[in-house]
Design a protein around this ligand. Sequence first.
Ligand code: ADP
Ligand code: MG
Length: 223
Amino acid sequence: MLNISAVNKTYLSGDTSLQVLKDVSLELQSGNSLSIQGPSGCGKSTLLHLLGALDNPDSGQIVYTPNQQTTINIHDLSEIQADEYRRKHIGFVFQKFNLIDCLSVYDNILLPSRLNQSEHQDYIALLIDTMQIAPHLKKLPNQLSGGEQQRVAIARALAHQPSMVLADEPTGNLDEDNSHIVSQLLFDTCTELKTTLIIVTHSAQVAQQATVQMKMHNKRLSV
Ligand SMILES: Nc1ncnc2c1ncn2[C@@H]1O[C@H](COP(=O)(O)OP(=O)(O)O)[C@@H](O)[C@H]1O
Ligand SMILES: [Mg+2]
């Protein structure tokens, strides 16, 4: 369960301040998917950053209960705790893939699980198979098409078996066909693995695949 409660976030630069999130609240059951749509600059990435403990809210609470034994106050983690939280629980997928150019596809995929010392060969082989990237493992990322790179990035995001994936416009750089293939794989795989998925997207077609669909408007989330 993810519980976001009355979260506020304001950016200060110089003597101007910009409130981006105002009393954002939301409850999402574990294993469900949530899509967030909204115009550029409305605070979608900011919210994902807060959920990934990459930044802190000014006020409000973000409480994550990945299982019955664990409760994480995401809004209140030290840097070391935030790092551990991300390594254990979170997979990130970005619009620009963010693969490491000088590492092979295979080494890119293994990186997070190596950091976590949680390399499960059979599981990773299954991910590679699911994402249909087996022929590309020895290549460098720039030898792949955009759709292939994003499928590698999804395999990387899932490699350490996170309980939640945060995807920020994962199909934003893909054509319509690849957008469809990649989003379908992302939703299906997360459902199969019972991984909570939060996906920010400009595509209504992608958004409607989520179990919970919300829009960001006037600094708030609403259905
Ligand atoms: N680190 C930051 N410092 C100051 N302003 C920021 C920062 N990050 C984002 N913003 C501003 O906050 C607003 C929301 O940004 P963002 O969350 O990236 O929007 P979205 O992802 O919906 O396009 C934008 O106006 C952006 O310029
Ligand atoms: Mg954004």
